[in-house]
Structures are given as C-alpha cells and as structure tokens.
Design a protein around this ligand. Structure first.
Ligand SMILES: [Zn+2]
Length: 369
C-alpha cells in the first residue's frame, strides 16, 4: 500500500512539475476582432439564416450550425476545443462569468495591439494609421535584453502593426502587410513571388501568406519570442460577410494547430514553448452590430484569452468568476520567460500563472472599466 501511495505522490508531483515547467520560448498569436461569442458558442444560428450575412445558408448550417453550442464551437475551432481545451486554458466565456476586457477606451485595433504589447491602456488616441507608437512594448524590450537579442520577430497581416510595434525605432524586426521576406532560401523566394503577383494589395495581407512567412522564419532562425498577427477575420466582419468571417476563424484554428505541431515536433521548442492567443478587440454583441466595433458599440471591449504550453496549468475552459484585462498580457509574456518587463509608463501585473487564476481579482489593481 505504501508503495502505491509513494507512486501516486511521485506521479502527481511529476505531473504538476511538468505542467508548470518554465517557458523558454513564447509565441503570441492574435486573431483580429474575433468575438468571444463565436469562440465559446460556435456559429450563431440566427446569423447563419440571414441572407444579408451568409450567401449559402444551407451549406454553412451543415458545416457550422449543427448541434448545441459545444458541438458548434468544436466544428468551428477543432484545435481549440480538443488540444487547447484539454492541455491549456481558455478565458472569456462570459456565460460562465469568466471575463476578459480591453482597458483602453477606443476598442479599435491600434489601441488594442498597443495595450497587448505595452501592458498599458494609452489615453492618447491614435487612429488606425501609420503613426509610430511612442510607448515601449514587451517585444522591443525583450529584443534589447542580451538573452533575447536577435531572437524576437513579428509577422502580421495588417500593415499598420509595424507602426504600433514601433519598428522604425530599429529594435525589432516586423514583417507586416505585403512586406517581402529578407531570407534567400527557396521558400522565402516562393512566398515573395506569390506576394509580387497579388494585384490589389489592401492594408491586410492574406493570413495564409503571413502564416507561411512566420513558419518559414521559425524553421530557419528559431526565434525565442515570435508574434503572429492574423487579420482577415476583422476584414470580412467589416464587410458583413459572416460566412467568410467563420471560414477565417476556422482557418486560423488550423494554422495554430499546424504551428503547435511544428513546435512540438522540433527539439528546440518541444515542451518549453508557450502560446498566448488573443484578440485586439471584440465586436458588437447584437445581430445588427456584430460587424462593427469601437467606442460606441456595445460588446467591443469584450475579448478572450487562450494559453497553451510550458508554464500553463491545463485547466481548460475557465468557469471561475474573474475579470482579466488585455493589458496584463505584456507582463505575462515576460513572466513566462522569467523576466520582469518595465517601461516609463505603468505596466499592468501579469496573470497569476502558478494558480488556476482564482486569485486574479486580487492581483489586478485596475478600476478603469
Ligand atoms: Zn476592425
């Protein structure tokens, strides 16, 4: 009997030690303007029936509209609701009182990305334009630390993100919009050829190209901190295309699955890498407002957060009554790596990673929402 107890004690110690092993690499992934409603409840059936938002309702209903919320969300985001739900954490299901919010007033992309990476909800309004952010972000800061110098990289679909991340400051490489890859390997050459052939280039690059850029860079250079910013979800939502918005969410889930597989089959990253996945803002919470977001649109401040990998307790979908904020992510990225991000502006406290987030209320001294 004593042997059995010893084995149980050893196993439980091993499992908890394994789950909370510190990260050596952190990847931040964002899905622009993707609502918590679709993540946690799957496709909205009433929207699938609406010809203003969906071109072929019967096909979309067949793909994403069957069953209860749990089945619908699994159909929409199979990686999230299999691997991530069993091995990671998902916060922001407001039906379970788990809340994640932006702290900034504006609820648009520039403000959201700035808050995620600087850990600070800037009161100064910067519209979604090519204006350099004066605030220090955690990626820039890490790239200045000797352990991470030259080991931080960002790839994003939106061509304004290099300005939000202050690439011109010269301390962080950001590949944004239809920017060419600088490497001269055959995959980079292929990506660049494809990018050159795209005739009408908007502000947001095809996410698949951004993803291929990031994946190839990962394989060639093994960055320790990488940001992948996907943007098409927001683009199609603004066009009222609920069908394409769903397809882009589904595609993002598949890309994250592929990236996780690449990480877990690479000895450099295996079991020492953490994914933090989130969005820059929510959207309207009604069928009449879902396509838009901003200061006046109710629901725009509601976001979500998912974490998977080293240092993350596998608690699955959170049903804890809690309030988390987007601005906590910057310090969390640093904390996962065992360092403390500081800047001339205030930086919100990291999420409490060594618990199942029940104590998060105590740790967040914020009253701005
Ligand atoms: Zn938008």
């Amino acid at each position: 009997m004593r042997i059995i107890y010893s084995v149980i004690i050893f196993l439980s110690f091993f499992i908890s030690a394994h789950a909370q092993a510190p990260a050596q690499n952190v990847f931040i992934i964002t899905l622009d303007g993707t609502r918590w409603q679709e993540l946690f409840k799957g496709a909205d059936e009433s929207m699938l029936h609406n010809p203003d938002y969906v071109k072929d309702s019967s096909l979309m209903l067949q793909q994403y509209g069957q069953g209860d919320a749990e089945e619908r969300r699994r159909r929409l985001m199979p990686f999230f609701w299999t691997v991530l739900a069993s091995q990671g954490q998902l916060m922001g299901n407001r039906d379970l009182n788990s809340k994640v919010n932006v702290s900034n007033l504006y609820r648009i992309s520039y403000a959201g990305y700035s808050e995620i990476f600087t850990g600070f909800a800037d009161k100064i309004f910067i519209p979604n334009l090519a204006v350099n952010n004066r605030r220090l972000n955690v990626l820039q800061w890490l790239n200045k630390q000797s352990a991470y110098q030259g080991k931080v990289a960002a790839f994003c679909s939106w061509n304004i993100l290099p300005f939000v991340l202050n690439e011109k400051h010269g301390t962080l490489p950001v590949n944004g919009g239809y920017e060419m890859m600088e490497d001269d390997d055959s995959t980079s050459a292929l990506i660049n050829n494809v990018q050159q052939t795209i005739v009408s280039k908007g502000n947001t690059r095809h996410d698949l190209l951004t993803f291929e850029c990031a994946k190839n860079y990962l394989q060639q250079h093994h960055p320790k901190v990488m940001y992948l910013g996907l943007g098409e979800t927001d683009e199609f939502a603004h066009e009222h295309a609920y069908d394409t918005y769903l397809q882009k969410i589904h595609q993002a889930d598949a890309m994250i699955a592929e990236l996780w597989y690449a990480v877990q089959t690479d000895p450099f990253y295996k079991n020492n890498t953490t994914f933090i996945i989130t969005t820059d803002h929510g959207r309207g919470n009604k069928n009449s407002t879902w396509s838009t977001h901003g200061f006046w649109v109710k629901g725009s401040g509601q976001t979500w957060l998912a974490m998977l990998g080293a240092g993350i307790v596998p608690d699955g979908e959170s049903n804890k009554q809690q309030q988390l904020y987007q601005k906590q992510i910057a310090a969390t990225v640093a904390a996962l790596l065992g360092v403390n991000f500081t800047a001339s502006h205030s930086v919100a406290a990291a999420l409490p990673l060594d618990t199942n987030l029940t104590s998060s209320k105590k740790n967040v001294a914020v009253k701005d929402r």
